[in-house]
Design a protein around this ligand. Structure first.
Ligand code: MN
Length: 505
């Protein structure tokens, strides 16, 4: 952080943000500097570090992109512009419209527009990470909103880039705000379990270590705890039965090469009985995000169940740091490509990033591409739609306008009379599509109808409607008089809260 250019950037940002404070009361400039430090730890290059220091200046201060271009060059200016756009997904969209072919998938469009430099996404992840680390200074409603958005968009994005460490920290911190009670419960569950399992893990660690040493295999072995949010998700899949979760704790063995990985697996199976169906070869068949390892769950002689994860140093590096690690390694190999943000030699399953970059480069050169041929599926089971103000709302694929309405606020759902999709009147049976801009029309005279169950896809919306119908029935039973619904103060407030725009980072 002490090159002249970085110093110059810190000065520039300090002046630009002069007088601005964070919610914590600290000078605002502490935020971009902290983001830059995170990126430095991830091994990112100088342009990225500088762009991080400047990332909020265009949006929040008098400085403009041209100032940055003049002082710090085109690359840095491009990165800062990208981060600003991704913050305003929708307003960025309008800009993109001018040179991108039409497709429904706005997220894809956005990524392509930024895609010629994937470092933009990495800066955005670091920005979000720091905002999460300092989330306690914000009022509770903002905390919840940012935390929720993190679980829905940023943690999956980190996962898609195979940045395991970032994903785990983001998801766990965010989850502790979204559902503090459950978070504490699960944390205790994992701690208790690891205390109980400690002895048998230690025993297995020694036994396996001895065996590997006998075979002259170089290795390191360590325990790893499951992250809280991934336990939460897994428990939901296994009907909350903790006894079906075998990887609360695991032993991770890191060896020098792939041959040693398979040798180690064989040795472990010669010592303990592997559980059927629990041997996973993510080396031969990596996960979608490029993750590689061998996993096996075994039963030891004293009947405890232990998961082993076996991988090489390189695989470990990718699993923890993902895309950022690719940048780091490419710096050594391919200085020129690296400087222009173009990465090569990615693990095969991160090749979609290269594809994204190629597409972006073609577009910039004025060539035509067929977006539908790109095989980039960031979130296959989800669609992202927008409020007219540009807030991103994620819904399961198949969702209908009323699902969207109930998602914004149950009051909006309950008083919906129609919907505009992409500015045109549409109907409530119309399936929403990726990138739609959805506006719900409401009327104070409208009341929730039981016939609406046919127009709902999500269980969340169904549950809200059921509550409303129950309440309405109770009201009629008790006092049949006032038919028009009078909004309480709390409801008006909640409604206006729901309408408020995106969080500012
Ligand atoms: Mn920021």
């Amino acid at each position: 952080m002490d090159s002249p250019k970085v110093k110059q950037a810190i000065e520039f940002a300090t002046k630009a943000h002069e007088g601005q404070k964070r919610a914590s009361g600290e000078p605002f400039v502490t935020h971009p500097i902290a983001v830059a430090e995170i990126l430095l730890n991830w091994g990112m290059d100088e342009d990225t570090i500088i762009a991080a220091i400047l990332h909020d200046t265009v949006e929040d201060t008098e400085r403009c992109l041209q100032d940055i271009k003049t002082q710090f060059g085109e690359q840095v200016a491009f990165l800062v512009d990208g981060v600003t756009k991704i913050t305003h997904a929708r307003s960025g969209m309008r800009d993109i419209d001018t040179y991108l072919p039409a497709t429904k998938d706005n997220l894809l469009r956005l990524l392509i527009a930024l895609g010629s430099d994937i470092r933009v996404l990495i800066i955005k992840l670091a920005d979000r990470l720091h905002n999460l680390r300092t989330l306690d200074a914000l009022p509770p409603d903002r905390q919840k909103k940012i935390a929720k958005e993190t679980l829905e968009i940023f943690a999956p994005l980190a996962d898609r880039l195979n940045m395991g460490q970032v994903r785990v920290e983001m998801a766990d911190v965010a989850f502790s705000y979204v559902n503090p009670t459950r978070y504490k419960e699960l944390k205790k569950m994992i701690e208790d379990h690891s205390k109980n399992a400690h002895k048998s893990l230690l025993k297995a660690e020694r036994a396996v270590g001895q065996l590997l040493s006998n075979e002259k295999i170089k290795f390191t072995i360590s325990g790893r705890l499951k992250s809280i949010y991934s336990l939460h998700k897994k428990l939901a899949k296994y009907h909350q039965n903790i006894n079906e979760i075998y990887d609360l704790t695991a032993l991770r063995i890191i060896v020098n090469d792939i041959t040693d990985c398979y040798l180690t697996l064989g040795l472990i199976h010669s010592l303990y009985t592997p559980m059927g169906g629990r041997i996973k070869d993510y080396i031969a068949v990596p996960k979608q995000n490029g993750y590689q390892s061998l996993h096996t769950t075994v039963i030891t002689k004293d009947k405890s169940i232990i998961e082993f994860q076996i991988r090489t140093h390189e695989m470990h590096e990718y699993a923890e740091r993902g895309l950022a690690a690719s940048f780091y390694y490419n710096e050594q190999k391919l200085t020129e490509n690296y400087r222009t943000g173009k990465i090569q030699h990615l693990p095969t399953n991160l090749l979609w990033i290269t594809e994204l970059q190629d597409a972006a480069a073609k577009l910039r050169a004025g060539k035509k591409i067929d977006l539908n041929k790109l095989k980039i599926h960031l979130f296959s089971d989800k669609i992202f739609v927008y409020t007219p103000k540009g807030d991103i709302i994620d819904l399961p694929n198949g969702a209908l306008p009323l699902d969207f309405a109930y998602r914004l606020h149950s009051e909006i759902g309950g008083t919906a009379i129609g919907v505009k999709i992409n500015g045109k009147m549409s109907n409530l049976n119309k399936k929403l599509e990726q990138g739609d801009v959805v506006e719900i029309l409401t009327s104070k005279k409208q009341t929730p109808k039981s016939s609406w169950f046919d127009k709902l896809f999500t269980s969340h919306a169904r549950q809200k409607l059921r509550q409303q119908l129950g309440r309405a029935a109770a009201q009629i039973a008790h006092k049949p008089e006032p038919k028009t619904k009078i909004e309480t103060k709390a409801e008006t407030k909640a409604k206006s809260e729901a309408k408020k725009s995106r969080p500012k980072n």
